[in-house]
Design a protein around this ligand. Sequence first.
Ligand code: SAH
Ligand code: SF4
Ligand code: F3S
Length: 488
Amino acid sequence: MIKNDDLELQMQRLDLTATPPTEEPQRQYFYMAKAKKMVGELTARLGRKPTFCVTTFGCQMNARDSEKLSGILEQIGYVDNGTDEKSDFVIYNTCTVRDNANQRVYGRLGALSNYKKKNPDMRIALCGCMMQEQSVIDKLKKSYRFVDLIFGTHNIFKFAELVCDMLENDDMIVDIWEGTDQIVEDLPIVRKYPFKSGINIMFGCNNFCSYCIVPYVRGRERSRTPEDIIREIEMLVEDGVIEIMLLGQNVNSYGKTLENSISFAELLQRIEKIEGLERIRFMTSHPKDLSDELIQVMRDSKKICRHLHLPLQSGSTRILERMNRRYTKEQYVELALKIRREIPDISLTTDIIVGFPGETDEDVDDTIDVIRTVGYDNAFTFIYSKRTGTPAAAMENQVPEDVVKRNFNRVLATVQEVSKNRTIVFTGQDVEVLVEEVNEHDESLVTGRMSNNTMVHFKGNEELIGTIQTVHLDECHGFYYTGHIAEK
Ligand code: SAH
Ligand code: SF4
Ligand code: F3S
């Protein structure tokens, strides 16, 4: 991340007739300056500033990447207009974790082709995880020739350079890297919320859960240095951020590959010291790597939120082994109960997959048993989606659709029943709520989140956005509360 004014100064000093630098991020500053000139010419021709729209599919990691894309686009002179069909530059930042994410992209692209016929200046770019799959690229090259630019997850830092190429060429540009060790710092970022922000602490994943495509499309695990992370958070805080979400596919293995190795718990302790920062969240924790040290640091911390997302995937040891998760049902339950014991007010949430190859009704009974024993505050339940190239895709005994549906409904019903009983326990208490927005349905209300991530609606106005208020919780409505600002 870099401050806009500093970047602007650097860009103005550049000689655009010289050969582009080879070092990063200087090379991208050069291309941003060049792109800005081209966008200036486009602005003159159109008689207005060209517009863009970035649509994000998938996880927080992708959301953060989209903020980086927007940061560069605004720097070079595009304005965000929020709707894809009316924009001059449409970007889909894609996800491929389950097949329905892919299908949504193809659906949107189909509709977009008609808008492009009406607006010949429209440019379309695709990036993100889906683009790291050869079969997707083949399909796009064959049937979606109207797409202008395709790039992947490893070269996203090159976006300015790619935009220059795109503006100079009419042909489809495809630039996909198989992997990278590179982490490029100091590029511009535009945040969706002024008061909270995600921040990458690591990229990629080495776990190779047998159903999961992420390690193939995001590459090997790489951690950013604690110095870079802290510097970025300090800049964010200076800019008004009070809550951060540390992002990684498996934050518990943070720092292991760094030259000066450091644990995730140690990183948290260093971040805790940053003055002005009020709340720290993180995503995601792999149960196999969650240390006692981390539990203690969470317990003793004033800033780390009372929420832990601890993906279970399955409660059956037999299935967990086939999933390559490297813990048993008993180990998981023991860990979850230890966390509940040490930090009683913590909210535990999870991810569950139903219909993994070979899963029987008895395996699902085990999953349901864990849901009841742990008592999740919330759980995301997914139907297993076969991802080409993963070991699970080649497994025998793919479960028939009707069996999956039936078991999915059983799991879902249990989750709903259990989580309702958990959420309600805070009724009548005064809790701290970070106000995020004016309520969508009722303008006299604002909506915010408790430390444990539960949503609360209460009377207030937009001036409260970005502040932490003490709110009395009047009533629990399933997964959210209504309340009022507590009297001092
Ligand atoms: N790194 C995170 C998960 C990232 S993907 C972790 O290990 O927890 C988010 C969730 O998508 C996973 O937890 C899993 O429940 C689900 N998921 C991943 N691959 C899937 C597949 N092939 N089918 C269905 N759900 C899947
Ligand atoms: Fe996928 Fe497993 Fe890595 Fe999570 S830990 S991203 S589920 S391979
Ligand atoms: Fe999807 Fe990629 Fe995230 S596959 S879940 S966007 S890492």
